[in-house]
Design a protein around this ligand. Structure first.
Ligand SMILES: Cc1ncc(COP(=O)(O)O)c(C=O)c1O
Ligand SMILES: N[C@@H](CCCC[NH3+])C(=O)O
Length: 437
């Protein structure tokens, strides 16, 4: 089995990342533990920037913070020249703490609160991606209060069902996100914008979903979007200068998944835009893309220590690790599949089929069902690959489990970028009223 991600096997049969022996890392930093390969993050950022620069004259890549954000991650993203997509006051706060340039921050979300909107207006971010008519009115009112005319993009649904898990499809008309192109709501909203004094519509946004491999789905969305840009111009006289295409391509979590390269993605997307603009005789818009998973997903892994091992005669061998659904909810939520490796037996034959479970009181707390591994025993170190995106970001304290820390690895450095939580952290917001003392 070829493990996805950036791991290598050392001469002693131990798994390494960025030249660091992961058994030593587990001993020194403890388990469970998220590790991130800094070079892979930087390489992926560059791959997006370079691919779009190569194929298109005017583009910007933002990193979708929701995949994984910390102050250090925001610094890396800035150093690599990407902008940032945030979806909450919390993500914006992290970005501001990292001194992320506000002129490169875009604010998403289908229910931004007045407080969040005011926080972003105060900070002076570049743009809001407005989701609906209620938000439009609210933003216009608050921008007026702040004495600014705020640039916005409008999020629209092109009516496309992308080939991915239904929970992460977002381009269909029946969606909690955006306003529909096909049912006329998008055009109605744009007409409404024309009447407002404190917002300026500079473009459109669409995001058809996440973990998508089929480039045709992106091309289809662009065709619908460009036809709509034309319709907007005819109906309202407004020229959409920016087109934000949402998240990036999927990543292969398992060996049998084959993904198009970032370059192929950029080529198809930009070619479709150029061809459509030519056939409609329209100027090329600025294009924005906002990948998350394909920037940080393959850079991350999770290291666990194996505890109980239970053979149910003639049925299954359960191998329990010291983490589980609190650090990776994706298998339980989306039936997501992962691959794993026994770090200290990385060169050994795959001789038994086991099921990797977490330590939570949930039968659904299964990380990997029926995976072939070397003979596995309590004390072994297990790594699940490609957990960099939506792993830590979606983690919880369920069952009173503390969140693992995030360790950033590069050739010459090993740094905590998020410390592991302590048990005391679990009660840091608890209050004991006088009457219960
Ligand atoms: C609006 C928006 N932009 C960007 C992303 C990032 O997507 P991905 O991680 O698939 O690149 C998402 C997540 O699905 C999203 O909802
Ligand atoms: N959290 C999702 C993707 C993000 C969806 C955001 N629109 C996942 O783990 O696959």
């Amino acid at each position: 089995m070829k493990l996805q991600g950036t791991m290598e096997v050392s001469q002693d049969g131990i798994l390494e990342v960025a030249g660091h022996n992961l058994v030593d890392i587990a001993e020194e930093y403890g388990t469970p533990l998220y590790i991130l390969d800094e070079k892979e993050i930087r390489d992926n950022c560059r791959a997006y920037r370079e691919a779009f620069e190569k194929w298109y004259p005017n583009s910007e890549t933002l990193y979708a913070s929701k995949a994984f954000l910390s102050v250090a991650m925001a610094r890396i993203i800035d150093q690599e020249g990407l902008g940032l997509d945030v979806v909450s006051g919390g993500e914006l706060h992290v970005a501001l703490e990292a001194d992320f340039p506000v002129e490169k921050i875009y604010f998403h979300g289908n229910n931004k609160t007045p407080d969040e909107i005011e926080m972003a207006l105060d900070a002076g971010i570049k743009s809001f991606v407005v989701d609906n008519q209620y938000e439009l009115e609210l933003l216009n009112q608050l921008a007026g209060k702040h004495g600014v005319v705020q640039d916005i993009l409008l999020r629209v649904t092109p009516g496309i069902e992308a080939h991915t898990h239904s929970y992460i499809q977002t381009g269909q008309t029946d969606s909690k996100f955006g306003v529909g192109v096909q049912n006329g709501l998008a055009l109605e909203t744009i007409k409404q914008v024309k009447e407002l004094k404190n917002v300026k519509l500079v473009g459109l946004h669409c995001h058809i979903g996440s973990q998508i491999f089929k480039l045709k789905s992106f091309a289809k969305a662009i065709e619908v979007m460009m036809d709509f840009v034309e319709e907007v111009k005819e109906e309202t006289g407004l020229v959409m200068e920016e087109l934000n295409l949402g998240g990036g391509i999927g990543i292969p979590y398992t060996e049998d998944e084959e993904k198009p390269s970032i370059d192929q993605y950029a080529e198809i997307v930009t070619k479709t835009i150029k061809e459509t603009c030519e056939s409609l005789d329209m100027p090329l818009p600025k294009i924005i893309n906002e990948p998350g998973r394909s920037i940080v997903g393959t850079a991350g892994s999770t290291i666990y220590r194996v505890g109980s091992v239970k053979q149910i005669p003639n049925i299954r061998k359960y191998v329990a690790v010291d983490g589980g659904m609190p650090d990776n909810i994706r298998p339980a939520l989306y039936d997501a599949e992962y691959e794993a490796c026994v770090v200290n037996k990385a060169d050994q034959e795959l001789e038994e089929t086991v099921t990797i479970t977490g330590k939570c009181c949930e039968s659904g707390d299964i990380l990997i069902k029926d995976i072939k591994l070397p003979h596995i025993e309590p004390g072994d170190i297990l790594l699940t690959s490609c957990t960099g995106a939506y792993g830590y970001a979606m983690s919880s304290n369920y069952n009173g489990v503390t969140r693992p820390g995030v360790l950033l690895l590069s050739e010459n450095n090993i740094d905590w970028i998020v410390k592991p939580e302590s048990k005391q952290d679990l009660i840091s917001n608890d209050v004991l009223p006088e009457r219960l003392k």
